[in-house]
Design a protein around this ligand. Structure first.
Ligand code: FAD
Length: 427
């Protein structure tokens, strides 16, 4: 017989919304905690930025959003959709295949309205503590704060959907960087290009933020020097932008403040711009060491979702990075909801732990650092695996589309992705 549980969902971004819908479908009693006054998480553009541009001060006021003003999606509408509620079937004023961020937010608001999820959300309510009260039956105390008032409640299960794009990760291991006295900032705090006008900028990173923001700041900056640790980047001058250069990794920062790249060039820059991604951050979770959060790894987690010792009562949605987020979080949410209602069973704790050990071992054997634990460009079969648990067949074309986007990005066609995609898929 199906079981109905009292479940806390933390966060009302893409992950929290889809988790709430799937839990509701399984007749669980759902409360969604959202610290902001509106739903959408990342997709709510916030023009404010943090006072500490690198996000190092633990006492700073944290701004959740990392979107910049001009951002368009880096995936087409088809890949920013849920299985039965698709962005490519709708338009909210921006019909482009790769729309601006406002379109995605309107889509999420429409989704929440359509499935009556808004009623489940407690806005302006930050979760400050999630603690295991009884490890035998597994229950959690959830402490939250609304307008200064603290509340403590007990839940049968907690689904963590708090997002992982708010806590900057910086490149502070560069020799000599501690001597750099000029400006540094992280892409988390980037909104518009104006502060880079006439500046010589070193951009560290090789992901979508580094690639997009280099191009945007090049419209006003004097010079943009991109630096990447990846052995695959080609040291070169951009053919399309007269003021962008791609370098190898930074060798060191010298006593006179110049920056030397491994390709031998040294430059005198005004700004170091860290486009180096984010750390996982779950400050409210107290599990006596059962779950640990280190840099970009939360573990141990079976298939990036369940800590074996607390499964299925504690779960995480949305950890996969560089992935088909919408589809993956939908599959993860269905899996969690059905596992909580005991329609799907998990392997034994030992089997789950063995699987995790193997996964971590594979990452090491392939020469990737721990930070790649939830990095999905290297993990192809995940959607197939999770959807198989659900007895579902996810159309292969989504994975094909995603792989093509990645292929274009790594094969030097980043500036033409949108057109190449349209041609390839006849859209
Ligand atoms: P979030 O959207 O971060 O939502 C988390 C929510 O939890 C927030 O509303 C937050 O306020 C709330 N919260 C956090 N802590 C607490 C707490 N303690 N108590 C209560 N509430 C809390 N993905 C794509 O598919 N396509 C793209 O083009 C794309 N572009 C991106 C561009 C940028 C610059 C960034 C940073 C990410 C991009 N992504 C993109 C990935 C994006 O993160 C996902 O699409 C998705 O928004 C992740 O949703 P989430 O719900 O997991 O997290």
């Amino acid at each position: 017989m199906a079981t109905s549980l009292k479940v806390a969902v933390i966060g009302a971004g893409v992950s929290g919304l889809i988790a709430a819908r799937e839990l509701q479908r399984e007749s669980h009693q759902v409360v969604v905690f959202e610290k902001s006054h509106r739903l959408g998480g990342t997709w709510v553009y916030d023009p404010r930025f943090e006072s500490d541009l690198l996000g190092l001060d633990p006492n700073r006021e944290i701004i959740h959003g990392s979107l910049y003003k001009s951002l368009r999606t880096n995936l087409p509408r088809q890949l920013m959709s849920f299985i039965d509620f698709k962005l490519n079937d709708k338009t909210y004023g921006d019909e482009r295949l790769f729309p601006g961020h406002e379109e995605v937010l309107k889509f999420l608001e429409d989704f929440a309205g359509y499935f009556e999820l808004t009623e489940l959300i407690r806005f302006n309510t930050v979760v400050t503590r999630v603690e295991l009260v009884d490890s035998e039956i597994i229950e959690f105390e959830v402490e939250s704060k609304t307008n200064g008032v603290n509340t403590v409640e007990v839940f049968d299960a907690v689904v963590t959907c708090n997002g992982h794009n708010s806590e900057p990760r910086t490149a502070f291991d560069i020799p000599g960087i501690e001597k750099w006295s000029k400006k540094q900032m992280h892409s988390h705090n980037y909104r518009v290009p104006e502060p880079f006008r006439d500046q010589i900028v070193v951009v560290i990173g090789n992901g979508p933020s580094a690639l997009d923001l280099s191009r945007e700041i090049a419209t006003v900056a004097k010079e943009v020097h991109m630096s990447s640790r990846s052995p695959h980047v080609k040291v070169s001058k951009s053919e399309k932008f007269s003021n962008i250069w791609q370098h190898a990794k930074i060798d060191c920062i010298n006593d006179d403040g110049t920056i030397t790249f491994e390709d031998g060039l040294s430059i005198d820059a005004h700004i170091i711009f860290h486009c180096t991604g984010y750390k996982c951050h779950v400050p409210f979770l107290k599990t006596n060491g059962i779950v640990s959060v280190q840099d970009k790894r939360i573990g141990p987690l079976y298939k990036h979702v369940f800590p074996p010792q607390l499964a299925p009562r504690l779960s995480f949605v949305g950890l996969p990075e560089r992935s088909l987020t919408f589809l993956i979080v939908e599959c993860q949410s269905k899996w969690i909801a059905k596992t909580l209602s005991m329609k799907i069973s998990l392997p034994s704790k030992d089997q789950m732990l063995r699987d995790i050990k193997e996964h971590h071992g594979d990452i090491e054997d392939d020469g990737f650092p721990k930070a790649y634990t939830h990095f999905f460009e290297i993990e192809n079969d995940y959607i197939d695996w999770v959807s198989a648990q659900l007895g579902m067949n996810v159309e292969k074309k989504f994975a094909e589309m995603f792989k093509y986007i990645i292929y274009c990005a790594i094969s030097g066609n980043y500036d033409d992705i949108m057109n190449l995609f349209k041609v390839k898929f006849g859209i």
